[in-house]
Design a protein around this ligand. Sequence first.
Ligand code: GLP
Length: 244
Amino acid sequence: VIFESSNAGSIAVANEIATLIKEKQKNNKTFVLGLATGSSPIKVYDELIRLHEEESLSFKNVVTFNLDEYYQMDPDNYQSYYYFMHEYLFNHIDILPENVNIPKGNLTIEESAVFCNEYEEKIKNLGGIDFQLLGIGRTGHIGFNEPGSHFNSSTRMVTLDYITRADAASSFLGIDNVPKKAITMGISTIFDAKRIVLLAWGQNKSEIVKETIEGEITSKKPATYLQQHNATTIILDTEASSQL
Ligand code: GLP
């Protein structure tokens, strides 16, 4: 779906999330929301905060699972996705802290493997993700599922692509400071979501957007797997759609 602006697209997405949360509230049920970081979802988060503040949207029945986190990364480091999520969303809404799940980037390798399995289990025990928000990296990654990620992959530790690290360099004061690894939900974790919405804004994303939508399905561009998901919408602004 192509919107005139990222603002208009973000408001539409926030409204869909709000409607789904309220439907679950009516039935006293938990809404399981998968969240993304990066610049793309920021306006969706702004709108969700506005709906909370001005239209009393409550997040008390919402359990969130974030897609990914850098490794090694302390949660209190301002470059962490933990910090990002609190800054841009969680500190401004009434979500219960125990309902927030973000991969931990500060465990040992052994602890991390256990953590990844528990993350998967926790999602499954809640009946799976109801709505998963995604951005897209220029490598075609979703979460941090870089080229080569298997369709059956689950939450795990991965090595970041050079392009991904180069794109993150400015927030880390140089590529040498960008972590080389990350923890990410897998393709199968994402694919199990009942509804998926991928956001892409701006000219910079137009090439990978074209490949994602029109290209062959390949592990070389993991976002192309989404072509096979039965409830995925890709939300674009005019610039991001310019090569379609
Ligand atoms: C990072 C995140 C992805 C995100 C991507 C795009 O690599 N791990 O989940 O989709 O950045 O970021 P942006 O939205 O800033 O373009």
